[in-house]
Design a protein around this ligand. Sequence first.
Ligand SMILES: C[S@@+](CC[C@H](N)C(=O)[O-])C[C@H]1O[C@@H](n2cnc3c(N)ncnc32)[C@H](O)[C@@H]1O
Length: 376
Amino acid sequence: MKYMGSKKSMLSNGLGEALDRSIGECNRVFDLFTGSGAVAWHVAQHYEREVIASDLQAYAVALAASVIERTEILNSRRWVDSWFQRAEDRQSGDFPSLARLFQNQLKDGGITEKASRAKELCSSTDFPITRAYGGYYFSPIQAVWLDTLRKSLPNNRVHRKIGLAALIIAASQSAASPGHTAQPFKPNETAGRYLMEAWMRDIQFLVRRAVDTLSKKRAMIQGKACVSDANELAKQVSEGDLVFLDPPYSGVHYSRFYHVLETVAVGKVGEISGNGRYPPSSERPRSEYSLRTRSKTVFDDLLRVLSEKGASAIVTFPADAASNGMSGEDVSVLSGQYFDIEEAKVSSRFSTLGGDKKHRDARQNATELILRLSPR
Ligand SMILES: C[S@@+](CC[C@H](N)C(=O)[O-])C[C@H]1O[C@@H](n2cnc3c(N)ncnc32)[C@H](O)[C@@H]1O
């Protein structure tokens, strides 16, 4: 999964230990900004604790739910075959045939001309993902598979959750864009080969592989994932709960980076525009944590509510100044107003922040503060 804020690498680099120390004494574990779900998955898989994960974005909640809401490993894959069969049955008619033909001839000819043809082709269909992103983030047939698999998701609750998360993961892994989906690679001399490479990826393989990975994971205790504002859900925290806080640090809303995954999660999208093929901003969740004028105030409110509830917390934040106007220093000072800081350490992780010009190697080393907070 390509995810710029993922704490996955930090779990084996300081964060895992911090969680281990705090979890021993806690009841439930909340992950209020779950993102890729990496921390919620980790806790649910390794500790006998109910995990409650939330995010403003539906794709993040779908990822978390696919593991933390299930206590059984799934061995059978027969449901996957029938799911793919139902999707294939929806691929009748001219458009899917033309998309398949296009894919077979993808390697012949220049990428600029191929991209124009793909865009023209995809603008003529009613498949929502294909119409919005085909010819940009996905080749026509990749997009058709995403659409038809999305429409054919199983009714069985467990299979549906795994299937949806697998689709989101496969979309992220195949999207022709650097690290996130703020903008697709351009079909020019520099980025054209990355576009082509991404369009050649086999969506069916990626979905099946993600299903396999997810099916082998399970929670020790059944948890819950929901779409919610962190400050709202914080009101449901109780004494003895542990809350993991990994708030946004970017001054650009996360929904701008991940709108393609959100469309896969919800299955529809309104009118899109711009180089990034964004849906209208009214359809993209906005976060006060990404506003320089509001970030400190909302974070302060969150910490105050959690301390009033008697919860403990773990906070991670970039050590240096971040583009949303907060810094590691601010986070320490705000936390110290309400909690005892049991432990403060600095860890490093790879980040795939946007805005770089290298396309492929968007990974940077970032220094991140980890604070372990206990109630006064
Ligand atoms: C730094 S990322 C979290 C990364 C996550 N810990 C991981 O390991 O993948 C911040 C997340 O907060 C979410 N978010 C932003 N504002 C929010 C809010 N007010 N309430 C809940 N989630 C929010 C974003 O959608 C994004 O997924």
